[in-house]
Design a protein around this ligand. Structure first.
Ligand SMILES: Nc1ncnc2c1ncn2[C@@H]1O[C@H](COP(=O)(O)OP(=O)(O)OP(=O)(O)O)[C@@H](O)[C@H]1O
Ligand SMILES: [Mg+2]
Length: 409
């Protein structure tokens, strides 16, 4: 087994995607040579809820097996995504006295421990504690305080927590499929890693990842993460609307959406029609494409409205100089960029994983692969720092320590 292999595994509510790559590049911003990609419909999930762990395991096995076959290599550990309605994120501050005249590694360690020491209910656990910046005495916005003189060290840490049952189910499905979870990564952070540039994060940008059951948002400015949220609406909501609006079964509604939907009714010729199955078996009727677009537009308008309201409430809407980046499987709907542009009145672009990727990068160059590719890139960043890939065997304790150290620095 090669030691510089990384695997990203995104168990979405509709699709499970696996990406295997080989780390190249330097420690500052690593690159990944894509070797293999695998996909399978996710079984055993209804929304956030696991209804059948065996089916979920089978989806992981299929997606990973396909990626390994394509890569011609096997891995034993994966960076797995976690998302869902149960995720909570907050910013926490820590303050300590600087023990000597200048800040030492020990001070940074202590302030980090203080900042992440929040009381968690017994059913929740921490997914991330990401140091954002430090303050020494009255000076703020310090990226690396090591060696600075002062008496008081502060740190701002972005904390993400999840329900233990949710992370346990992911770990269980991955383990049963024959792999181990190297690290759980919040899906919107992984997606952002794949589709946002460092410049955009500096100027201000919000990634809006529209999947099947969820829409995930991650907003950055001044190079820091300021807000993440996961809304319980996405492509499945559009499918459900079309089922009701067109009176067609679920499968037909999904296919009508994926083949004929447009996000902007104005873009559609009113004379354009498609043939859909009628109410009785064997019947066919003609449906106006404008009607499909109208239904889709209404729901997307509502979802974007919610995202906008949230960004406004969090005080980040006015700071998005680089605008909005749309990604996720449902971002493939034609006209979605134009609709978002109209609603947000900012620049909007489609986000596909490409930066920092080589090899078979074109296989993941689609919005639906943003999270899986981002998970693999997240792993590549870890590898650049720790030298550990997806196929070097280390004990759980060492892996945990490595994870903690990464978040610490
Ligand atoms: N061409 C297309 N046009 C419209 N919708 C599409 C298209 N291709 C895929 N979708 C929709 O995208 C959704 C799947 O996207 P994705 O794979 O990102 O979701 P997921 O990760 O499984 O779900 P989630 O992130 O919500 O858990 C489905 O609702 C699917 O119908
Ligand atoms: Mg997803």
């Amino acid at each position: 087994m090669r030691s510089n292999l990384i695997a990203g595994l995104d168990i979405g509510t509709a699709n499970t995607c696996a990406v295997i790559g080989e780390v190249t590049g330097d420690a500052r911003r690593s690159s990944l040579r894509i070797l293999g990609v695998g996909q399978a419909p996710t079984g055993g999930l209804r929304g956030d809820l696991v209804t059948n762990i065996d089916e979920m395991t089978e989806s992981v096995r299929t997606a990973m097996g396909e990626a390994e076959l394509m890569a011609g290599a096997s891995v034993d550990r994966v960076y797995a995504g976690i998302g869902g309605n149960h995720i909570r994120a907050t910013t926490s501050m820590g303050v300590v006295a600087i023990s000597e005249d200048e800040v030492t590694a020990d001070d940074i360690e202590r302030v980090h421990i203080v900042a992440r020491a929040v009381a968690l209910p017994p059913d929740r656990e921490m997914v991330h504690a990401i140091p954002q910046e430090y303050g020494v005495d009255h000076q703020r916005g310090i990226k690396d305080p090591m060696g600075m003189s002062g008496v008081r060290l502060e740190s701002e840490v972005f904390l993400v927590t999840c329900e233990i049952t949710s992370s346990a189910n992911i770990t269980k499905a991955v383990n049963r499929a024959g792999y181990r979870v190297q690290e759980l990564v919040l899906e919107p952070l992984a997606g952002a890693r794949a589709v946002l540039t460092e410049d955009e994060k500096e100027v201000g940008v919000a990634m809006v990842e529209i999947g099947a059951a969820t829409t995930e948002v991650a907003a950055y400015y001044e190079g820091k993460i300021h807000h993440v949220s996961i809304l319980p609406y996405g492509g499945s909501t559009l499918t459900a609307d079309l089922m009701r609006g067109l009176a067609v079964p679920h499968r037909e509604a999904r296919l009508a959406k994926e083949r004929h939907a447009r996000a902007f009714a104005q873009m559609v010729d009113p004379r354009e029609t498609v043939a859909l199955p009628g109410p009785a078996p064997g019947q066919v009727r003609s449906v106006a494409c404008e009607l499909i677009a109208h239904i889709v537009e209404q729901r997307l308008d509502e979802i974007f409205g919610m995202v906008q309201g949230e960004l406004q409430d969090q005080g980040v809407l006015d700071r998005l100089g680089a605008g909005i980046v749309l990604t996720g499987g449902s971002a493939a709907i034609p006209g979605i960029v134009e609709l978002a542009q109209q609603i947000f009145a900012t620049p909007v672009r489609l986000g596909v994983p490409s930066e920092g990727l080589g090899g078979l990068a074109d296989t993941v160059c689609r919005p639906r692969f943003a999270v899986a590719a981002g998970l693999a890139l997240w792993g590549a960043d870890r590898f650049a720092e720790t030298g550990r890939g997806a196929s070097t065997r280390t004990s759980g304790i060492v892996t945990k320590l490595g994870t903690w150290l990464k978040e610490f620095f």
